[in-house]
Ligand binder design. Structure first.
Ligand code: TTP
Ligand code: MG
Length: 575
């Protein structure tokens, strides 16, 4: 044990940087929901605009931000600061998801290695190491100002002209001076410089769709994301510190570091023996304090009661030094699951539940058409005033399972007693096959699904009708059955049918319509959702266990829903 301690404590030395050979871009759309609404209503672009969800602003445009209005601010406070604030409803997330998918598809189309990872609805990482390396190999070092950036290996004319003497956009540190004479032909600076021009080009393409963005360019995901935050909106920042990112990170509040959540901050405070406000606790405080070491962090975070995974101490220590080896995950053309939910101020009647379920299920079917059909013409254009009617196209994947989740309503007076997800329960059933019939209107399918499957699931989750008071309904399809490669050019539905027959023989149950949803249902207690914790020092807010942000109590629901948007694209927590 002592040997281990010595060994680990010797690692308190600043870790050596390795893996600076990547070029990673991080895109973050500016005031995303607000831009979506503005594009549908261009007259709103010049006025202060807030996007309302229940009693808070999910976001606001930059005109409103000039008046001091902020994301997740209460409506009353925002109106006080900016009486002219125009409010638009942001309850229906479908338009935002549509735009998100459109922008993600655009970014994917420029990737050679398929490493395009979505983060929430409006952020994406791209690993463009290969594109940059290819272009570095082509560049004429004697005529850098007239360079050509090739976007395709097959078609040399597909690309754009650029000046390879200068980094495009902002750089950090702002006074960076390059030693061009001695840097060689494949220096870190040159690679990042190429990355900056590609980032600018991609931002212009996104602007072609009507959306401005910020971008960070660096050698890993952590640094790219933090670099992009430096100059917002409609800008980009390349982190050029060739020796160490430590001076870039040191002044940042610890809570700004992705991967450092509330548990780590609490552990850090106990090591530093401080009660300082989280905003005052910087990376520098943590990194330079002798009490903080990989071992000390491991003991607190992974040891008994800590609950973190093994190696978390070292991981946090590396993050403090700007080292993040995590890969940009390959893009998936089909999400793992698709879920839609809504929150309510206590539904007490079964008829209200049924109406809520039909609404959610109709949105879910529309979402399945957008995400799972391969015919782009089949879907409504983003922010269309006309809802999608019957879809066309072929299913890329068909989910096999339908899951219903409910949670009781907790009035604000009880929020100090219960965690956000207190009382959350789930049950699943086989997803009936009529759902994939593209000749039936989604509304009719939704009605049938609610009557035949979702209401029976609801009854089994909430047997006591006298105590009915529902605060959340979530309907989710999962367990994706992908079309087989061999079916390309053939009949995809037939391929699904064959696959199902094979699986039936193996003993996997499929039913076109379960006669009784309850009978078919299985318990899938869902512990992968957002968790919230009350902390004594946080009088005004609740800390999110996922991202570490302190959220005003009234904004908890909206923030929780925002995390749950990731459901379809992000690995389950701890998974
Ligand atoms: P963000 O990227 O955090 O915010 P933003 O794009 O509005 O603004 P910025 O220019 O600072 O990037 O989140 C993206 C969208 O997600 C945002 O438009 C609204 C929504 N959202 C929520 O609904 N709840 C939340 O708690 C947060 C943080 C965002
Ligand atoms: Mg954003």
């Amino acid at each position: 044990m002592d040997m281990d301690m010595d060994n680990l404590d010797s690692k308190r030395k600043a870790p050596r940087r390795k893996g600076d050979d990547r070029v990673i871009l991080h895109f973050d759309l500016d005031c995303f929901y607000a831009q979506c609404i503005e594009n549908a209503n261009p007259h709103l672009k010049s006025v202060p605009l807030g996007i309302k969800q229940k009693s808070i602003l999910a976001t606001c445009n930059y005109v409103a931000r000039k008046h001091g209005v902020k994301k997740l601010m209460g409506i009353q406070e925002a109106k006080r600061l900016c009486p002219d604030l125009v409010l638009a409803d942001g309850e229906d997330l479908s338009p935002f998801r549509d735009v998100s998918k459109q922008i993600y598809s655009l970014l994917k189309s420029y990737s050679w290695n398929g490493r395009v990872e979505r983060l929430g609805l409006d952020e994406a990482f791209l690993d463009v190491t290969d594109v940059v390396a290819y272009n570095l190999g082509l560049v004429n070092h004697h005529c850098l100002e007239e360079s050509w950036f090739c976007l395709s290996r097959e078609d040399p004319e597909r690309g754009f002209a650029f000046d390879a003497r200068e980094v495009k956009g902002c750089v950090w540190p702002p006074d960076f001076v390059s030693d061009r004479e001695n840097e060689g032909t494949d220096s870190l600076r040159l690679r990042l410089l190429f990355g900056s021009h590609l980032a600018f080009y991609l931002r212009q393409q996104i602007e072609g769709l009507g959306y401005t963005s910020a971008c960070g360019i660096s050698t890993n995901k952590l640094l790219a994301k933090l670099a992009g935050d430096r100059n917002k909106p409609r800008n980009q920042t390349t982190l050029l510190s060739s020796h160490s990112p430590v001076p870039f990170l040191d002044p940042l509040p610890l809570r700004k570091i992705p991967g450092i959540g509330s548990k780590t901050i609490t552990a850090m405070k106990s090591l530093l023996k401080t009660d300082d406000d989280d905003d005052d606790l910087t990376v520098h405080n943590a990194r330079t304090n002798p009490a903080v070491s990989p071992f000390a962090l491991e003991r607190l975070l992974a040891g008994s009661g800590g609950g973190g995974e093994k190696g978390i101490g070292q991981k946090v220590w590396l993050l403090l030094h700007g080292i993040d080896g995590s890969e940009v995950k390959p893009a998936r053309d089909v999400p793992r699951q698709i879920g839609i939910e809504d929150t309510y101020r206590g539904l007490t009647q079964l008829s209200q539940v049924r109406t809520g379920l039909v609404q959610i299920t109709t949105s879910l079917l529309r979402r399945m058409h957008v995400d799972l059909l391969d015919d782009v013409d089949a879907v409504t254009p983003p922010i269309s005033p006309v809802p999608t009617s019957v879809g066309k196209g072929r299913w890329l994947a068909q989910p096999k399972t339908l899951r219903l989740t409910t949670r009781p309503y907790h009035p604000p007076s009880e929020w100090d007693k219960f965690e956000y997800n207190h009382g959350r329960v789930s049950k699943s059933a086989v997803l009936p096959r009529f759902v994939f019939d593209l000749n039936i209107e989604p509304e009719s399918i939704a009605e049938r699904l609610v009557e035949g499957t979702l209401m029976p699931l609801f009854h089994s989750l909430n047997p006591d009708k006298s105590k009915l008071c529902i605060g959340l309904l979530n309907v989710c399809v999962t367990n994706m059955d992908r079309a087989k490669e061999s079916s390309r050019g053939g009949d995809i539905m037939a391929a699904f049918q064959r696959q199902r027959e094979v699986e039936e023989i193996r003993g996997v149950a499929f039913a076109d319509e379960p006669p009784d949803g309850e009978e078919k249902a299985e318990d899938t207690s869902d512990d992968t959702e957002v968790e919230w914790v009350e902390e004594e020092d946080e009088q005004d807010g609740v800390r999110c266990r996922l991202c570490g942000c302190v959220i005003p109590v009234f904004a908890v629901e909206a923030h929780g829903r925002w995390h749950e948007l990731d459901e379809g694209w992000v690995e389950p927590q701890g998974g």
